[in-house]
Design a protein around this ligand. Structure first.
Ligand SMILES: NC(=O)c1ccc[n+]([C@@H]2O[C@H](COP(=O)([O-])OP(=O)(O)OC[C@H]3O[C@@H](n4cnc5c(N)ncnc54)[C@H](OP(=O)(O)O)[C@@H]3O)[C@@H](O)[C@H]2O)c1
Length: 433
């Protein structure tokens, strides 16, 4: 195909969109971009909500407040969607794909909700749909799974894929802060939203697990709820217990094989041994740890957010899509492996840390231990701490089925000698789970 230029339209010029346009129009990068795309790229339109905001670096004649106009631009090759949210972003993306226009997006919420259908639509229309920036900001993990590791059998993907929760847990760990103070600091520094639910209750991490799993294992990209536990129940005493035992608590997104045809996908707080590579990922950083059958362990580390960082990942996708336009081809998004089934979180075995507040009187330990025994959950170690109202029993179990541990917790909570269940957190071993 003889294409003198690839025409790019952008919806959204916020943190990521404005950084992308800056990168695309940086004269010092022009030759490198032409080399990578094989032809020059031309930005032919930029949609925003508010036309009156100053937009340095964007030619006023390119701006429109009618985003539907962008996908209708004559000869458009690539639509870059950086507005966020489900609608109207989905409508604009579908309109572009229906016309055979390739799409690049950073929209993890949309990909986790409608990714499979959008990928199918792209394929049917001979277009690309790339979404590298939807996971891990600037970390090129999706491309690595899609290309470098395409022939490898992946056993497990574990990621610290939410910078807000990693910032909060790092603060709790390094400064002994409690959860509320660490969250307030994250909000004051702009790392957490005023309503932090999507981050702290692990909705965001779960969406990213779906995306990672689709490329690592060929599971459906969207349409499924996966097991999700947030960090709002993690207490400073749990972080301190973990530290003394040689662990740090991290919110992990996990996708892993179970047997020959099972896949477990979930997001939850996890006690990670200090020697594990994920334990040294601090602050708002992200990391993805992949275990392949032949490749062994691999890890990618980087800033999971920020306009400029994220824009580098978007630009990589734009260049891939541009090369494909020039050569008249498109990438097959991913193939769904229909032999795989989702294994419920309850059927996954793990070591657990369980902490319970108890009434300080003789005989309580025997009652509690009895409940563990009734559910076949065997105890690896136990620590008794505090007196009076502060009395607490902390256990580390041997590997046990999650559903048995949850049944244990339910029955423990019914004991008159138990004041409250403080924590029930999975523990992983040095090289994996
Ligand atoms: N920021 C990050 O660090 C980061 C990291 C990873 C992924 N992402 C993803 O990247 C995407 C963009 O994030 P962002 O942080 O750049 O968001 P943002 O700063 O809020 O920017 C959103 C942009 O979209 C425009 N917009 C919103 N709705 C529109 C509509 N209906 N029509 C036309 N324009 C519209 C806004 O216009 P106005 O400027 O007029 O308001 C703004 O320019 C999101 O999907 C986000 O999840 C962001």
């Amino acid at each position: 195909m003889n294409k003198p230029v690839v025409r790019v339209g952008v919806i959204g010029a916020g943190f990521v969109g404005s950084a992308l346009i800056e990168l695309l129009s940086d004269p010092s990068r022009h030759v490198a971009l032409v080399d990578a795309a094989t032809v020059p790229l031309e930005v032919v339109g930029v949609a925003v909500r508010d036309a009156s905001k100053p937009r340095p670096g964007i030619a006023p004649e390119l701006l429109t407040t009618d985003a539907s106009h962008i996908s209708e631009i004559d000869g458009l090759d690539i639509l870059v969607e950086l507005a966020g949210g489900i609608e109207p972003a989905r409508t604009y993306i579908e309109a572009a794909l229906n016309q055979g226009v390739s799409v690049v997006t950073a929209n993890k919420a949309l990909m986790a909700e409608a990714g499979t259908a959008l990928a199918q639509l792209a394929h049917e229309n001979g277009a690309d749909l790339f979404y590298e920036a939807a996971v891990g900001g600037g970390i090129p993990i999706l491309r690595a799974l899609r290309t470098s590791l395409a022939g490898e059998r992946i056993e497990r993907v574990m990621g610290i894929v939410n910078g807000t929760t990693n910032f909060i847990l790092s603060k709790m760990s390094s400064e002994g802060s409690d959860y509320a103070d660490a969250l307030a600091e994250a909000q004051s520094l702009g790392y957490a939203e005023a309503d932090p639910t999507a981050d702290v209750e692990a909705y965001d991490a779960a969406a990213k697990v779906l995306i990672l799993s689709s490329l690592a294992f060929g599971t459906e990209l969207s349409g499924e709820e996966i097991s999700r536990e947030g960090i709002s129940g993690v207490r400073s005493i749990d972080v301190e217990f973990a530290r003394r035992a040689g662990y740090v608590i991290k919110l992990l997104g996990v996708a892993e094989r179970v047997g020959d045809h099972g896949i477990s996908r979930r997001a939850h707080p996890t006690m990670v041994p200090v020697e594990h590579p994920l334990a040294s990922v601090h602050g708002a950083m992200n990391a993805v740890f992949v275990e392949g059958t032949k490749s062994g362990p691999l890890m990618w580390l980087g800033q999971g957010a920020g306009g400029q960082t994220t824009a580098t990942a978007v630009l990589g996708d734009v260049l891939d899509a541009a090369r494909n336009r020039v050569s008249g081809r498109h990438d097959v998004p991913f193939s769904v492996d229909t032999t795989l089934h989702s294994v419920p979180a309850g059927d996954i075995a793990s070591v657990f840390y369980i902490s319970i507040d108890v009434i300080d009187r003789p005989g309580v330990l025997a009652l509690v231990a009895n409940v563990f025994g009734q559910h076949d959950v065997s105890i690896q170690s136990m620590e008794q701490s505090g007196v009076g109202d502060e009395a607490r029993l902390s256990f580390v179990t041997h590997s046990a089925m999650t559903k048995d541990v949850h049944a244990t917790i339910t029955d423990l909570a019914k004991l008159e000698a138990v004041d409250s269940i403080g924590a029930c957190i999975r523990v992983i071993a040095g090289g994996g789970e």
